[in-house]
Ligand binder design. Sequence first.
Ligand code: FAD
Ligand code: 2HG
Ligand code: ZN
Length: 486
Amino acid sequence: LTSQMYPDVVRDGRFGEISREDVEYFKSILSPGAVLTAAEEDLSGYNIDSMRKYRGQSQVVLKPRSTEEVSLIMKRCHERKLAVVPQGGNTGLVGGSVPVFDEIVISMSLMNKIRSFDEVSGILVADAGCILEATDQYLAEREYIFPLDLGAKGSCHIGGNVATNAGGLRLLRYGSLHGTVLGVEAVMPDGTIFSGLGKLRKDNTGYDIKQLFIGSEGTLGVITGVSILCPRRSKVVNVAFFGLESYDKVQQAFVKAKGELSEILSAFEFMDRASQDHVARFIELRRPLDEPHNFYVLVETSGSNRAHDEEKLQTYLEGLMESDVISDGVLAQDETQAKNLWTWREGIPETLGKSGGVYKYDVSIPLDELYKLVEDTRVRIQEFGHAIGSDNSNVVNVVGYGHLGDGNLHLNVAVKQYDKEIEHILEPWVYEWIEKRQGSVSAEHGLGFAKKPYLQYSKDQNVIELMRQVKKVYDPNGIMNPYKYI
Ligand code: FAD
Ligand code: 2HG
Ligand code: ZN
């Protein structure tokens, strides 16, 4: 059996097909309403991803309320070799969160309780299905902050964030989840519960197994709980937004930000002109700067002393103006203005999503060449006879933006509709370009279904083989999120 969506992919014959008895069994162990079947309702919300690019054909969605229920589900799936897809907020960008064929969707949405929070250490223990924004709000009420923030915060789950090792807007300040996550509770493919919800910052007692779950994208087990170290929330947050004329100047501004804003620097995001022209077509807000610029940077500082922080930021901006690094800039005067400035950054993927189709490349590249990929992409598309532009006409819109402070570029190529010719112009060319610079073909969104074929551009064959062996040890029947990752 091949997939309607992916004609080259064949259903793995080792997997069982879900029977009426299986459904009855799941109904007997889960709470009322926690077993959804295609025979009774529309499951498209679980079968289609948020970009509407990937579509599976799952007939059954299960919504466990506890780790024990997940364990019973997985025991049955293990015995019957039923393949599953763990699903969080379904905001992933690489087609990892939806089935390919008839895999059972295990939706974590009903496992959404905070289990404990220690106001002295800042250690939070919570169910995997807690929504990121709600969790951050819970922490804000206690003057703490979740060490991760991203545009999909209103829908994504913290378990989904850990499963994808999401990076986002605060990584520059608080580091990766590999450092902040202290423990993971997960249900293994055979139903065994891995109780790794440690609350220790330091623990050198052997292999750190929980690290394997961080970024495993549902291929090793179902994450049911997370223990994470949360920093104290900064009392003073300032946001500045400025325009620059060259990518070289963007780099100079970054070096100066590290030197002058140092410990209060909490974000350094960059956006090119095409991305901002695009956002301007969709949002009502007045543009932050009157004149157009080739590049824009959003700098955020987070600290504890208003006068000190504002003086630092002001001096930083004045210095950049005097040395002609930036052409113009604004400083948010209150929280609403700060939020509006962030909209110009966070609104890029959201508004690009309104195009007919977007080819997304989430890559790590040494900083000096980071923007060259965007320029080279424009040249290449033109060489193949396509016009580039950011207006509403029938052209290809190539935009570059991202977490400059982390060396992470988001290259998005928006088209009127998905088009195999454009895809062949871009792939594998983009990946070869990355490979030549020893970059990463997936900086933060993961592999999922979309990037699986391109892993070899970033990882050595021996490393890939070791990854395969790990997968076999954890999931010998291959029932966890099949057809993806590796
Ligand atoms: P899903 O999309 O449901 O799942 C993602 C993957 O994790 C799937 O493979 C799934 O099987 C697995 N998974 C989910 N939950 C579990 C679980 N409990 N146990 C095991 N496996 C699980 N990413 C960034 O890194 N940085 C960004 O700045 C960023 N910004 C974004 C902005 C927007 C507007 C959008 C739509 C996405 C963005 N993302 C970003 C993508 C990011 O990966 C996801 O938003 C988020 O981390 C996924 O969480 P989720 O709960 O939606 O997971
Ligand atoms: C962001 O930083 C996200 O806004 C999404 O990682 C990037 O959609 C994208 O390409
Ligand atoms: Zn990002």
